[in-house]
Design a protein around this ligand. Structure first.
Ligand code: SF4
Length: 349
């Protein structure tokens, strides 16, 4: 019978049912074997906007290379971004690195057991702070991501965001607040799916308003318009090296290395020299941009100065942080470059 979340007894029954279900159905994920706040923070940051299956190999590589706040703080930004290459939403890697610096200098290299202090760190919002507090420190803070929002919206028939957040705050409780939050996320990811929830497998179905009414519609999120963008790329090659340029520390793909465009060629390479047919046209999406990228190949030496430009040997490209836009372009040119570039940029973002 559908009810609301006002009754403490009802909330306790729901929590118990959900935790029983979680104990039987939880996926065995590497970050679930750890209570290390650092590991929880890294995994929750990687999981923002990204599927579990995509995150797994990146998480293992990242934790292998930077197993602690101290290791991350000491690592060069390039090394951090290189491990992140292909996972997308690159600001997350910058924020982790910057936050590691703050933790090392102000918090003794540890994540603080303090919600407000966590919120002051770069890249940590209410969701991530709640996840760290509940999973790592066993404190009853909610962690409401898209999956959890969907479960609560259907379970209690909630359409108002403020009301939903208040309900989430009342639902989470000791004992096992971290498992409770993860159980809700798991339920949303595997049972209460956006298009076709499998309510017969749901431990909360007895209380669910959506199931009782047969209406699983969700409040409409903000519609993001996609933009078609033409983004030509120029591979400048000389002696088995290609010329890369480092993007500014702000904005899209901040701080990553890129291939130049006809508008950002290095000094000494005339724009007219790109007036040849592209060797390939690739398609790619970054946030709201649907990119069409004609790829041009120029074989020439160019003198470059400053830290923003660098000639990189083809064999060394795998250690450079490149968005998948550029790895796709380089792969499209690999037979002309006479190199195998399969090891660069494992992801597709
Ligand atoms: S009963 Fe169905 S709609 Fe309701 S929370 Fe469970 S899976 Fe979602």
């Amino acid at each position: 019978m559908p009810e609301n979340a006002d009754s403490p007894k009802l909330r306790a029954r729901m929590r118990a049912a959900l935790l029983r279900w979680y104990d039987r159905n939880r996926r065995d994920l590497p970050w679930r074997r750890s209570r290390d706040p650092y590991a929880i923070w890294v995994s929750e940051t990687m999981l923002q906007q990204t599927q579990v299956a995509t995150v797994l190999p990146y998480y293992r590589r990242f934790m292998g290379a930077f197993p602690s706040v101290e290791a991350l703080d000491r690592a060069p930004l390039d090394a951090v971004q290189s491990i992140w290459s292909g996972l997308g939403y690159y600001r997350r890697a910058m924020n982790l690195k910057h936050a590691a610096g703050v933790l090392a200098s102000r918090h003794g290299g540890r994540l603080p057991d303090d919600y407000d202090a966590l919120l002051k760190l770069p890249g940590i919002g209410r969701y991530t702070a709640g996840a760290i507090m509940s999973i790592a420190f066993q404190r009853p803070y909610p962690a409401v991501d898209g999956n959890v929002r969907r479960v609560y919206a259907r379970l209690f028939g909630l359409t108002d965001a403020k009301e939903l957040d208040e309900t989430a705050g009342r639902m989470v409780s000791r004992p096992r607040p971290g498992d409770f939050n993860q159980a809700l996320m798991e339920l949303g990811a595997t049972v209460c799916s956006p298009a076709a929830p499998t309510c017969e497998r749901c431990p909360l179905s007895h209380w669910c308003r959506a199931r009782a009414s047969g209406s699983f519609e969700l409040p409409r999120g903000r519609h993001v318009e996609t933009k078609a963008v033409e983004w030509p790329l120029v591979i400048i090659e000389s002696n088995s090296r290609v010329l890369l340029h480092r993007r500014p520390d702000d904005g899209l793909l901040a701080g990553l290395w890129e291939l130049p465009t006809p508008a950002t060629l290095p000094p000494g390479v005339a724009r007219e020299s790109v007036a040849v047919a592209p060797i390939a046209v690739i398609r790619h999406a970054i946030t709201d941009k649907r990119i069409t990228a004609p790829v041009y190949l120029l074989r020439r030496e160019a003198r470059v100065r400053g830290k923003a430009w660098r000639w990189v040997a083809l064999a060394a490209l795998s250690s450079y942080p490149l968005s998948s836009l550029y790895t796709k372009a380089l792969r499209a040119a690999q037979h002309r470059l006479g190199a195998r570039l399969s090891s660069i940029g494992a992801g597709d973002t």
